[in-house]
Ligand binder design. Structure first.
Ligand SMILES: *Cc1c(COP(=O)(O)O)cnc(C)c1O
Length: 407
């Protein structure tokens, strides 16, 4: 008799986005004449930058020739992309990262989900609340938690992000080994300063822990004082792995390209207490279980770093940030307090009522779809997330509909 991995049975079936889809479908069936504007899901809406499309096309044409054809590439990514990443995303900001510390992949979701394989089954895990669900669910699957009780998994140290700490969690009061952080944050849109991030780096160094830093929204940072990479913080190379993605920065959600940085100095410990470098372990996992991102996609990603590509990506993100401003202004005028939207595509709004109640009200009265904060964790109860990923015209219309509905 084949037995299942019992840990999978502990997972709360993730009803969030299917619940939302069901409620929206029911609303549309009942009100076929009403328009619905979606500001819920975290997916981009604008097409790929022209520079990426051009590089993509050129690479596809190369594949059609005998001399330009490429079969399996290096699992870690082509040198042209890894070098462009090291120079543009890190060295240009004064952060020490080398091309051979970069692992190109098909997504930061996969990487943030897979990285936990490198660590012991009894590693103590600290996870923010509210949170991008991947970090938590992959640790549940791996058996690092007990069962789900009162909205939380036993055995996880939850890092609460609330109004009281301005949505940057305080250091845990109990020992932890592995710490997930995401800034600019999904779902709250909050950011972390260099000083605040330094506190976490020092903590990780003192406690022989490791930080998994998800910087998927780095490209939305406009405040010049905010760190784009954890490696801008002194001492981070020994205690941090960073995840980046072209999904939100260049519209690659459907094209798929991302990367993970594992510095050579990054360590964990074996049973004998000896230091074990993580770079060769991640390299082993990556080469065993992954066969590289396609050549045309890596060429399209490389084009992000051309002068035209940089200008086009900036314009793309400026558009979304403009939408975020429109949303924030409208919500403030309606008397709601919120965070995010300045250096992130998400606006996290305090609804002063149950998350789902607020969701239903916005849908019924305004025809606007949001994401109920409770779907991201216990601390999300009472909040909703609005996303700036839509056209400006739709965002303006949505805010007008919300104004009329709440007036
Ligand atoms: C969108 C997103 C990512 C990117 O995932 P990909 O798999 O690269 O598309 C990573 N982390 C967070 C928190 C995200 O919201």
């Amino acid at each position: 008799m084949l037995k299942v991995n019992e840990h999978y049975l502990k997972l709360q079936a993730s009803y969030l986005f299917s619940d939302i889809a069901k409620r929206v479908a029911a609303f549309q069936a009942k009100n076929p004449e009403r328009e619905v504007i979606k500001l819920g899901i975290g997916d981009v809406t604008n097409p790929l930058p022209a520079a990426c499309i051009q590089a993509f096309h050129t690479a596809v044409d190369e594949m059609a020739t005998t001399s330009g054809f490429r079969g399996y590439g290096p699992e870690q990514g082509y040198d042209f992309l890894r070098s462009a990443i090291a120079v543009n995303d890190f060295q240009a900001r004064g952060a020490e990262v080398h091309a051979d510390e970069i692992f190109v992949s098909d997504g930061a979701k996969c990487d943030t989900g897979n990285i936990q394989e490198l660590f012991a089954a009894d590693a103590r895990i600290a996870i923010p609340d509210p949170v991008y669900p991947v970090y938590l669910d992959t640790n549940v699957m791996a058996g690092r938690t007990g069962s789900f009780k009162d909205g939380r998994f036993e055995g996880i140290v939850y890092l609460e992000s609330t109004q009281a700490n301005n949505y940057v969690p305080d250091l845990p009061t109990e020992p932890v080994d592995l710490i997930y952080l995401c800034f600019p944050n999904n779902p709250t849109g909050s950011t972390i300063t260099k000083e605040q991030l330094k506190v976490w780096v020092d903590f990780a160094r003192d406690s022989k822990a490791l930080i998994l830093f998800d910087a998927a929204y780095e490209a939305f940072i406009r405040d010049p004082k905010l760190p784009h990479s954890i490696y801008e913080i002194e001492g981070a190379r020994e205690v941090a792995i960073e995840f980046r993605s072209y999904s939100k920065s260049a519209g690659f959600t459907g094209t798929r390209c991302a990367y993970t940085v594992v510095p050579k100095e990054c360590m964990a410990y074996d049973a004998g207490g000896n230091k074990q470098p993580l770079h060769p372990l991640w390299n082993r996992r990556h080469c065993t279980k992954f066969n590289g991102v396609s050549y045309p996609v890596q060429r399209a990603a490389e084009a992000v770093y051309s002068p035209e590509g940089k200008a086009q990506c900036t314009a793309l993100i400026d558009g979304y940030l403009g939408n975020a401003k429109i949303i924030g202004k409208a919500m403030a005028e309606l008397g709601y307090s919120y965070v995010g939207g300045d250096n992130a595509p998400y606006i996290w709004i305090q609804g002063n009522r149950d998350s789902w109640e607020f969701f239903d009200m916005l849908l019924d009265k305004a025809g606007v779809v949001c994401t109920p904060g409770a779907g991201f964790g216990k601390c999300g109860q009472g909040y909703i997330r609005l996303s700036a990923f839509n056209s400006e015209a739709n965002v303006v219309k949505a805010m007008e509909l919300i104004r009329q509905a709440l007036a």
